[in-house]
Design a protein around this ligand. Structure first.
Ligand SMILES: Nc1ncnc2c1ncn2[C@@H]1O[C@H](COP(=O)(O)OP(=O)(O)OP(=O)(O)O)[C@@H](O)[C@H]1O
Length: 549
């Protein structure tokens, strides 16, 4: 820390602890508190017991005019280990009281300097403060607004409540404004993203399950300016559905504790201003092109996903209940599976990779500090300005055509843009370096995320941006007990160790499934039911951008 450039430095007193003085230094790495005993016995904070502090509106006339101090509240969510050795984020409020100057205006200016410096550091900008007289070089963009698309029908139907109770308070603490839109029907979010002037927002926050994320991503690829859209509008997801595979995968990838507060990593991703690229898989069947972020499935897991829809009121439990039912009435499907394998050496988990470890600051859960000298005055509370926005149609977008865009189909589905496929068309034969399997399959399931759902760790080695599709193939000759082991192992990834004897788990770049059309079953993409028939998929590394904590 001593080698770090000190951006700001100030002495603060702790309101609640007599004779405690902190010398606080702000550097790019964070805040450093240097504690010492106060030399004089007359502690200036004695005149202000903590219980007398009350936050009031700036122009309410309720301020204590005798207090010339300015107050800065810092909300921190600090990683801490609990007794069981599990990591958890604890909310901490640090109150800094500035009263080095004789006038409130000067103390307030000093507090604002700290506020701006901290905000710039959070945004990853280089703050420039040489002395207290130096003007602020990089203003915080207070206009940064997020688009929030909330599905009130996700999972057990708590989307709106989750957003209001878990996300809004943190957005308010971070002073981030947003426009909230509640989806009114299926495909509302997709149409919204396709037709709206989305560039008025800095990112899109999806509150719901993987189905609504699917709509948002595919809505972007229905725009002629899809390239600009995916580049300029990173996506965040607040888990409110029954699956929540993407939300869980993001937390896993960034080493963020997920349970018991699954919405906290998402809330932090909205305030951290940090985005990473994420692989998307271009999926093609005979009727549509889809950009998928999670999975493609045929057989057992897709059957469970679709048939358990009728148990939606159970939330995530619906998958467990239906797994038992499907295991009893086990089915297998005939067909051909082709895949393009990745070299073995690239499939191992790279320990030098991207997990973003949040730094742990050694602070108590609540610290209240104040600067020396001066008298009492209460600062005002800043709340985020959130307003509803109008619905715009897309105008002035740059047009970018692609070689393989599909025409509008007979059902009036929109034209899909996006990068051109590198694969032969679905009816053409595949090159000789592809592997072909033929016969009966209990399931074929591909995923490019670590988690298919909150408690389904499908591909533990998967990263958000590794250009890898993990293909699980379970042949028709496996036993029920093997399958039971497989399903039970999904929560801990034990299934990855139990391959062989009809179960294979292969990293691939692309694959094709050709089901026997004399039978009927389900094929899903990101948990959404699609037409039963030939389907092929290829990975596009880092095609999307997502917000991470
Ligand atoms: N207002 C609405 N009324 C009915 N359905 C909606 C509405 N808004 C969105 N939908 C549809 O609800 C479907 C399911 O939503 P979502 O994915 O958010 O929840 P989920 O299915 O419970 O979660 P998961 O996909 O993770 O299992 C989406 O495919 C979307 O099309």
């Amino acid at each position: 820390m001593s080698q770090e450039r000190i951006l700001l430095e100030e002495t603060f007193y702790v309101l609640t602890k007599k004779n405690s003085v902190f010398r606080v230094r702000l550097t790019k790495k964070g805040c450093k508190c240097l504690r010492s005993k106060k030399s004089t016995t007359s502690c200036s904070c004695q005149s202000l017991p903590r219980t007398t502090l009350r936050v009031v509106e700036e122009n309410s006339g309720e301020q204590d005019e005798t207090d010339i101090s300015a107050y800065l509240y810092i909300y921190a969510y600090i990683l801490q280990n609990n007794k069981n050795g599990h990591c958890k984020r604890e909310r901490t409020i640090i109150t800094l009281r500035f009263r080095s100057f004789d006038k409130y205006e000067d103390n307030n200016k000093e507090a604002k300097r700290w506020r701006n410096a901290i905000k710039q550091l959070i945004k990853g900008e280089q703050a420039q403060y040489e002395s207290s007289e130096t003007p602020i070089m990089h203003k915080i963009n207070e206009q940064r607004k997020l688009l929030v698309l909330c599905n009130p029908k996700s999972g057990p139907g708590r989307g709106k409540a989750i957003f209001q109770d878990k996300i809004v308070p943190i957005l308010q603490e971070a002073e981030i404004p947003y426009d909230l839109h509640i989806t009114k029907h299926a495909n509302y979010a997709r149409d919204f993203v396709r037709t709206c002037n989305i560039y008025q927002w800095s990112g899109v926050v999806v509150v719901g399950g993987d189905g609504i994320v699917f709509e948002v991503i595919n809505g972007m690829f229905e725009r002629p300016d899809w390239h600009r859209a995916v580049e300029n509008l990173p996506v965040a997801v607040v888990p409110g559905g029954s699956g929540n595979g993407l939300a869980r995968s993001i937390a896993y990838y960034t080493d963020e504790p997920y349970l018991p507060t699954p919405t906290l990593p998402s809330a932090l991703s909205l305030v951290r201003n940090r985005c990473v690229p994420m692989d998307l898989v271009r999926v093609e069947n005979t009727s549509q092109i889809i950009f998928s972020f999670l999975s493609v499935g045929w057989g057992l897991l897709s059957d469970i996903d679709i048939e358990s829809e009728r148990l939606r009121m159970l939330g995530g439990q619906r998958f467990t209940v239906w797994s038992v039912a499907r295991l009893i009435g086990l089915r297998s499907y005939s067909g051909k599976v082709y895949y393009l394998p990745i070299e073995t050496e690239t499939k191992q988990k790279d320990t030098n990779g991207n997990p973003i470890g949040a730094s742990t600051l050694d602070l108590p859960t609540e610290v209240t500090l104040e600067t020396q000298e001066g008298r009492q005055r209460l600062d005002s509370w800043y709340s985020a300005a959130s307003k509803r926005s109008a619905y715009f149609s897309a105008t002035g977008s740059s047009y970018q055509s692609t070689a393989d865009s599909s025409d509008e189909d007979s059902q009036g589905k929109c034209r899909m843009y996006g990068p051109a496929s590198q694969l032969p068309c679905l009816t053409a034969s595949l090159p000789s370096n592809w592997v072909c399997l033929e016969g009966k399959f209990v399931m074929v399931h591909a995923s490019y995320q670590s988690h298919l759902g909150e408690d389904a760790l499908f591909a533990p080695a998967s990263k958000l941006n590794d250009g890898t599709i993990w293909l699980l193939i379970i042949r028709g000759n496996v036993t029920r007990s093997q399958l039971l082991h497989f399903l039970l192992g999904l929560s801990t990834a034990a299934h990855v160790q139990n391959t062989g004897n009809g179960i294979d788990f292969i990293p691939v770049r692309a694959f094709r499934i050709e089901p026997d059309m004399d039978e009927r079953g389900y094929i899903t993409v990101d948990g959404e039911h699609v037409e039963y028939g030939p389907i092929q998929a290829e990975v596009f590394p880092g095609l999307a951008k997502i917000m991470v904590p």
